[in-house]
Design a protein around this ligand. Structure first.
Ligand SMILES: Cc1cc2nc3c(=O)[nH]c(=O)nc-3n(C[C@H](O)[C@H](O)[C@H](O)COP(=O)(O)OP(=O)(O)OC[C@H]3O[C@@H](n4cnc5c(N)ncnc54)[C@H](O)[C@@H]3O)c2cc1C
Length: 383
């Protein structure tokens, strides 16, 4: 039996605690504020099937099974709003066609729709070449998921400490011995870094260096006078609009690529940028005129933790017992159940599965700013 300390009570940390709840290990979840007070709080919490490789599809399918389990056990709702992803160029249109073909081959309900059909969703048909429509996609109340995970974990003996910051990770002879918190030292054989945008700080405590950066995820809340009836609208993977209620829509933008971003201070409150505000107005005017009669009633900014390939970084590192579960980029809510199940399986069996190898820190070996970090050699593609 090991003593495992999970640092970070977001969707990842609470998920890991839940999936470890009936293991042989002594598990403690340590959160410096309240559960779900980090990036997870600001998320639009959509489940998307987009994936560049079949292995990513399998990972999401594993996660979707976890979502379904929670939905079946609770009165939490999956808001099945559907996803309309538009193409504004011929090139983007052929990419969408390829995506639809691949997704259909995996049994995902999705199809191409014409610009005229997209007009039904407030989109200007003259501004687009076509779109794909995935009617089963939707979002959940991620706060409800985190509460459920924490409650069930506690019922099964997991200790949950909130308002408790980890100041240091202690080691001896290259192996983890515990964490220092403001409430004292907690012994541990394993420390899991699930600290979201703060995870580079945890890595620094044990001199593990991974290529992690931050991107600003800005949201504006749009209020309409009447029910809009629109689905999630994704403009070529750039701006997006997510229904929040019958009359509210959240306007956001996917993150820029890794090479265009840097680091942000996650303790600092970040404001909406004027450039973002103007770009949303521009997109509404030029592509989604159906949202023109709305006013901005609120906004917020969350921070994504991004890896070079946009996939999570999971598993053991060069410091024995120091395990990472970070770099969720823009998909941490979608993928959290697969992340938590994969790590839980690792802690139960001591074996690194192909899925874990695929996401291992070692895939970044040799990249700028990265020391030869351990982890099982990889990546390999899970079948
Ligand atoms: C605006 C926005 C929209 C998004 N939309 C989507 C979406 O539609 N679908 C999707 O799948 N994903 C989406 N994401 C991404 C997703 O929200 C994140 O990937 C996910 O929430 C990350 O969860 P986490 O648990 O890794 O991090 P966090 O939620 O940030 O949790 C980390 C926790 O660690 C705690 N912590 C940090 N340091 C310490 C310490 N030293 N001691 C103790 N505790 C500590 C923090 O307080 C925090 O609660 C979106 C993100 C944003 C911001």
């Amino acid at each position: 039996m090991s003593s495992i300390v999970v640092v970070g009570g977001g969707i990842i940390g609470t998920g890991i605690a839940y999936y470890l709840r009936d293991s042989d290990h002594r598990v403690t979840l340590v959160e410096k504020n309240q559960l779900g007070s980090g990036t997870s709080r600001y998320s639009t919490a959509m489940f998307g099937w987009h994936f560049p490789h079949p292995a990513d599809y399998l990972f999401r399918r594993r996660s979707w099974a976890g979502w379904r389990d929670v939905l079946e056990q609770t009165d939490l709702e999956h808001h099945t709003v559907g996803n309309v992803r538009v193409a504004r160029s011929q090139e983007a249109l052929s990419e969408l066609r390829e995506t639809v073909a691949v997704q259909q081959s995996y049994g995902i309900e999705t199809r191409m729709i014409s610009p005229e059909e997209a007009a039904e969703y407030g989109i200007d048909p003259d501004a687009i070449e076509g779109a794909m429509h995935s009617p089963r996609e939707g979002y959940v109340n991620q706060q409800g998921f985190m509460e459920f995970y924490a409650e069930r974990a506690q019922e099964h003996g997991v200790e949950v400490l909130t308002g408790t910051e980890v100041h240091d990770v202690t080691t001896e002879d290259g192996a983890v011995t515990g964490v220092e918190t403001e409430a004292g030292h907690i012994d541990a054989d394993v420390v899991v870094n699930a600290a979201g945008p703060w995870s580079p700080r945890l890595n620094d405590m044990v001199e593990v260096s991974l290529p992690l950066k931050h991107s600003r995820a800005q949201i504006m809340v749009l209020q309409a006078d009447a029910p809009h009836g629109f689905p999630f609208i994704d403009l070529e993977g750039d701006h997006y609009f997510r229904p929040e209620s019958e009359t509210k829509m959240l306007a956001g933008r996917h993150g820029p690529p890794f090479h265009q971003i840097g680091e942000l201070d996650p303790d600092h409150a970040h404001d909406i940028q004027e450039e973002f505000r103007l770009s949303v107005i521009d997109q509404i005017e030029t592509v989604v005129p159906g949202l023109q009669e709305t006013e901005v009633i609120n906004d917020w900014v969350g921070i994504r933790t991004v890896t070079p390939d946009g996939r999570p970084v999971l598993g053991p590192t060069s410091v024995e017992g120091f395990v990472v579960a970070t770099g969720m980029s823009g998909s941490g809510v979608s993928q959290h159940a697969a992340v938590a199940k994969t790590l839980s399986q690792y802690f139960r069996t001591g074996e690194a599965s192909d899925t874990l190898r695929y996401h291992a820190p070692s895939r970044f070996r040799g990249q700028s700013g990265t020391e030869a970090q351990l982890g099982p050699t990889g990546p390999t593609h899970p079948q």
